[in-house]
Design a protein around this ligand. Structure first.
Ligand SMILES: Nc1ncnc2c1ncn2[C@@H]1O[C@H](COP(=O)(O)OP(=O)(O)O)[C@@H](O)[C@H]1O
Ligand SMILES: [Mg+2]
Length: 366
């Protein structure tokens, strides 16, 4: 492989007529790491990847690969390998011909064929040299597409939803293989996915995008545990996103009514805030007295856990999702319970942002 190269973009914007697809984006993909770009459909992920590959030019801003400004270089000069969601193999060419297609000129037929064998070994498809694409499964076709992208020995690998068209089980297996391949080759990789679970599972760093901007760029653990905004909390993993007000130092009123302890030092008394709390952080208290009273309205068995939904007593449409270990008895639907919200698991953000992420919450709970 080529030496791994870092990718740095700065102040990158791309406008299409009146549409601003990217609006001053900046981040670094460190050398040898797997960086995942995630965000809702239309937020600019593909546009960003195409700009890095050199398939499109920015309205403003710069792209560096390994410290070199490549903004004005052709795709070939940048040394990026690319894989798209649709397999995009040449249908009338064998696997071997597909993989050889982009190889460096000047290799002998024997060298090319040895390299094809090596790449097929790398992606776990030894011996399939003479198959045509339509004689391969979707997962196999995507592996060939990855082998083809690796054939010219790229400095960086750019993947646009490479697993999105595959069945869930194959997708899950292939993402583990992709990660171990990426790690083994040490090739700097930027991968777009709309699947936040996939990003959490395999990324070294996650870049969360929203409407042409970056909301957060951090390792998965940080994005999950310390989301930079209510949007990120709602988009990555399941989260309760609850409107609240700061009622006193160290006190908030959830949904404007239920008093709770919280770290409020960053906010003025009376400020509107958005509280984010993961379902697994909400504690179910047995017995009276503690916490907020609520009624169980839905229950889902999820293997290792039970997912519950509780409606707060006396507050219209105030729902809270929680998750409890499945080996403990969970209250039945209709049961009156008490919920505790540990202060150290509450994340407070300025303003009332709940509506912006509610659609995503629904997705997370179906
Ligand atoms: N060639 C184009 N012409 C006009 N608008 C475009 C073009 N490419 C992308 N867009 C717009 O830019 C925005 C971002 O698109 P895209 O980067 O494809 O999003 P994503 O990959 O995150 O779903 C969308 O509003 C899309 O309609
Ligand atoms: Mg896209």
């Amino acid at each position: 492989m080529s030496e791994a190269a870092s990718v740095r973009v700065q102040g990158l914007s791309r406008r299409f007529g009146t549409v601003t697809a990217l609006n001053g984006v900046g981040f670094t993909a460190p050398a040898g790491e797997l960086t995942c770009l995630i965000g809702p459909s239309g937020c600019g992920k593909t546009t960003l990847l195409r700009l890095i590959a050199g398939l499109d030019a920015p309205s403003e801003g710069a792209i560096e690969i390994d410290g070199q400004d490549v903004t004005r270089l052709s795709p070939a000069q940048r040394g990026a390998g690319m894989v798209f969601q649709s397999y995009a193999l040449f249908p009338n060419m064998t696997v071997e011909a597909n993989i050889s297609y982009g190889m460096k000129r000047g290799l002998s037929a024997r060298e090319m064929s040895a390299r094809v064998d090596q790449l097929l070994e790398t992606v776990g498809l030894p011996g399939l040299n003479h198959r045509l694409p339509n004689a391969l499964s979707g997962g196999q076709q995507q592996r060939v597409a990855i082998a083809r992208a690796l054939a010219p020995d790229p400095r960086i690998l750019l993947l646009d939803e490479p697993l999105a068209a595959l069945d869930p089980q194959i997708r899950e297996r292939l993402r583990v293989e992709l990660k171990s391949l990426q790690h083994r080759l040490g090739v700097t990789t930027i991968m777009v996915t709309h699947d936040q679970e996939e990003a959490l599972a395999i990324a070294d760093r996650i870049v969360v995008m929203r409407a042409g901007r970056i909301e957060q760029a951090d390792p998965p653990e940080t994005v999950y545990n310390l989301p930079a905004s209510a949007f990120v909390a709602g988009f990555v993993g399941a989260a309760n996103v609850i409107p609240a007000t700061v009622s006193a130092p160290g006190q908030i009123q959830l949904f404007g009514v239920r008093s709770l302890a919280a770290a409020t030092a960053d906010f003025a008394i009376g400020a509107s805030v958005t509280v984010c709390v993961r379902p697994e952080a909400v504690r179910l208290e047995q017995g009276e007295g503690r916490g907020v009273s609520a009624r169980i309205v839905a229950r889902q068995f999820a293997g290792a856990t039970q997912k519950l939904e509780a409606a707060l007593e006396g507050v219209a449409r105030a729902r809270v999702s929680l998750e409890v270990p499945a080996d403990r008895p969970a209250p039945p639907i209709g049961a009156l319970v008490h919920l505790d919200f540990p202060a150290d698991r509450l994340r407070l953000f300025p303003g009332a942002e709940a509506s912006a992420v509610s659609a995503q919450d629904e997705v997370a709970w179906t």
